[in-house]
Design a protein around this ligand. Structure first.
Ligand SMILES: [Zn+2]
Length: 352
């Protein structure tokens, strides 16, 4: 027999069910983050993204996801923003400064006995402006990390700088957009594959920012080094591109190594290289290691971090200012921007 109390109880239970259902729908809804393609209105790799739109996407993600925080650390000579995004668990993001200080105290740079047990991985993209697939890859990597790879972030802080050299990148992208044919042509002799001087590689004053890490003569470097040294990450990756006929390069680097590089650092970069190889072998993508790209000169984006105690590495995808949206290599394969971006996303994720 249904008493009045029973009926009230049942009514409350039904009401509670609908409230919970609504709340969980609300949570799911508020956590839906647009992919780069949904945000930009085109697939990554179908065109080059101008720098301000890349910054817009990183800003959008940090304002939507509670486990991502954006920090502007400077400006270029042409007043483009330099910024990094911190990507981790929400708990780590809420605790970011304490983790940073624990890490510095562990290195002995600041006083204290704190121990840091979070891995800190720093990914730097597009230091050479016309090696332009990596900034596209940065957006894919960010999205992948906060959606499908969220579990990886519990004990890891990923710091992403989506573009170290925005003035150079936009110089390349603006030129490309002005001369490209529609649809793009894969003929190596086409105008869109012959970038004129000074190219997008250097910064506003035509300095090569990948020769400036130690000397920091340029505003991009001096502002970046200031924030880099506040963190001293454990891993640093510098994303590049090489000639269109060299498929992909990753660690281990070429011998001889500088004598300050420890056996532990040598071994660690080899382990990371082996991890990349697993993904590349599975997908049937070509790559090489050790043949070139040394760790001697101290002002590269791999050596400076290495000499500061990190595992510093350069990754080189086939492409460069020559490749455009698609180009036929000497072997007759078509190398596309989409493939270039996916390869760089894969090594970025494999590193994390
Ligand atoms: Zn480069």
């Amino acid at each position: 027999m249904l008493t009045f109390e029973n009926q009230t109880y049942r009514y409350m239970k039904i009401k509670l069910f609908f409230i919970l259902a609504f709340l969980s729908f609300g949570t799911t809804f508020s956590q839906t983050i647009l992919s780069p393609a949904e945000f930009l209105g085109y697939e990554i790799g179908s065109r080059f993204t101008r720098h301000h739109k890349v910054v817009d996407y990183f800003k959008y993600v940090s304002s939507t996801a509670s486990n991502v925080k954006l920090e502007k650390y400077g400006e270029t000579n042409e007043h483009r923003s330099l910024c990094v995004s911190y990507i981790s668990s929400k708990e780590n993001i809420d605790n970011l400064d304490a983790i940073r200080k624990d890490n510095l105290s562990q290195t002995g740079i600041i006083k204290g006995s704190a121990v840091n047990n979070k891995a800190i991985v720093w990914l730097s993209y597009n230091v050479h402006g016309n090696e332009a697939s990596s900034t596209e890859a940065a957006m894919l990597t960010l999205y992948e990390l906060i959606t499908n790879k969220k579990d990886w972030l519990e004990n890891t802080i990923v710091i992403m700088d989506p573009c170290i050299n925005p003035d150079g990148r936009d110089r390349y992208v603006n030129w490309f957009n002005q001369v490209k044919s529609t649809p793009y042509t894969v003929d190596q002799n086409a105008n869109e594959h012959v970038e004129p001087w000074p190219s997008g590689r250097p910064n506003h004053y035509l300095f090569d920012l990948n020769r400036d890490w130690a000397w920091a003569t340029q505003v991009e470097s001096s502002q970046r080094i200031a924030i880099y040294n506040k963190w001293l990450p454990h891993i640093h990756v510098d994303f590049h591109e090489q000639g269109i006929n060299n498929p992909y390069y990753f660690a281990p680097a070429a011998e001889p190594f500088h004598e300050v590089i420890s056996d532990w650092q040598r071994d660690f970069q080899t382990q990371i290289g082996k991890n990349h190889a697993k993904y590349f072998d599975k997908a049937g993508w070509l790559y090489f290691t050790r043949e070139s790209f040394d760790l001697l000169y101290p002002s590269y984006g791999d050596t400076y971090p290495t000499y500061m105690g990190a595992i510093g590495m350069t990754y080189e995808q086939a492409g460069h200012g020559r490749a455009g949206l698609g180009i036929q290599t000497n072997e007759g394969e078509v190398l596309t921007l989409k493939d270039r971006a996916i390869h760089h996303m894969t090594t970025g994720l494999s590193t994390v």
